[in-house]
Design a protein around this ligand. Structure first.
Ligand code: SF4
Length: 263
């Protein structure tokens, strides 16, 4: 598919997408369901009437993740409200995810101060050093994630079927070996691909950042999201994490190439 779509073809595609979008994501080899979500995420990122297009786009992807993973995996999840052992990890996220989190924090100066302090304590630490440091996520409030609905995709997907494995990793500093349902991993992978493909096709920066560093910079600026959407690199001072591995990068490029003629 290389030519632009005709108007009837575009209408037929819109009808097809409208049927796909409310469903859980089909995880087969057919790229069309994921492509429908890529088009929709691009549409949301271009939302001229929205206060936060990034929040709308990320909320769509995280809701898709939530309705696609199995609500009752073969081995039940050990995760419970108030259990936050894993919230000492390094969290990475895209700029739109960071804007979604930041949008929850504008009237929470104490949390903003806690983010800046946590950033100063953790900046430059490698993943293992970060685990050993046991610095709690500044978004925790009495062991509960205070931005739960807006937490980054990686936090949505980080679950465990074994509390003892979490205690070994996060409390006793043993080699991480957290068992999680296979579909959480594969659905996270696909949701990340479609979000990153949408960012590339929308001409936006698809870099990934450490959460505290990105939030500290965003929360110190006015209109950071609008300026980022207009093409200004408001996160230029935040080091991006390592680029995606080649296989993941190829999957993003393939999805973007599949969708490109239809946007
Ligand atoms: S954002 Fe929420 S879920 Fe993620 S590490 Fe922080 S407190 Fe935990």
């Amino acid at each position: 598919m290389t030519d632009r779509l005709s108007r009837p073809e575009r209408r037929a595609l819109q009808r097809q997408d409208a049927e796909i979008l409310p469903l859980p994501l089909s995880m087969g080899t057919d790229p069309r369901p994921a492509a429908a979500h890529v088009r929709h995420v691009i549409h949301l990122l271009r939302g001229v009437h929205s206060d936060s297009p990034c929040s709308d786009a990320v909320a769509h992807v995280t809701a898709l993740f939530d309705r696609t993973v199995s609500p009752q995996p073969p081995t039940p999840l050990a995760c419970r409200k108030g259990c936050s052992h894993c919230c000492t990890q390094l969290v990475v996220l895209t700029a739109p995810e960071a804007f979604f989190v930041a949008a929850q924090l504008r009237k929470r100066p104490n949390t903003v101060a806690a983010i800046i302090e946590a950033h100063h304590r953790t900046q430059g630490l490698a993943i293992n050093e970060r685990l050993q440091s046991k610095v709690l996520c500044p978004l925790l409030d009495d062991a509960i994630c205070s931005i739960y609905a807006a937490r980054p995709l990686g936090c949505h997907a980080f679950v465990s079927t074994n509390l003892e494995a979490c205690l070994a990793t996060f409390e006793r500093g043993e080699v991480p070996n957290i068992p999680m349902p296979a579909d959480y991993v594969s659905v996270l992978y696909t949701c990340r691909i479609l979000l990153l493909a949408a960012l590339r096709l929308a001409g936006l920066n698809s870099s990934v950042y450490e959460m505290n560093a990105a939030l500290a910079v965003i929360l110190a600026q006015d209109n950071a999201e609008a300026r980022w959407l207009a093409g200004e690199d408001v996160l230029a001072s935040v080091p991006a994490t390592a680029p995606p591995p080649p296989q993941f990068n190829d999957a993003i490029a393939k999805m973007a190439a599949f969708v490109a003629p239809t946007v």
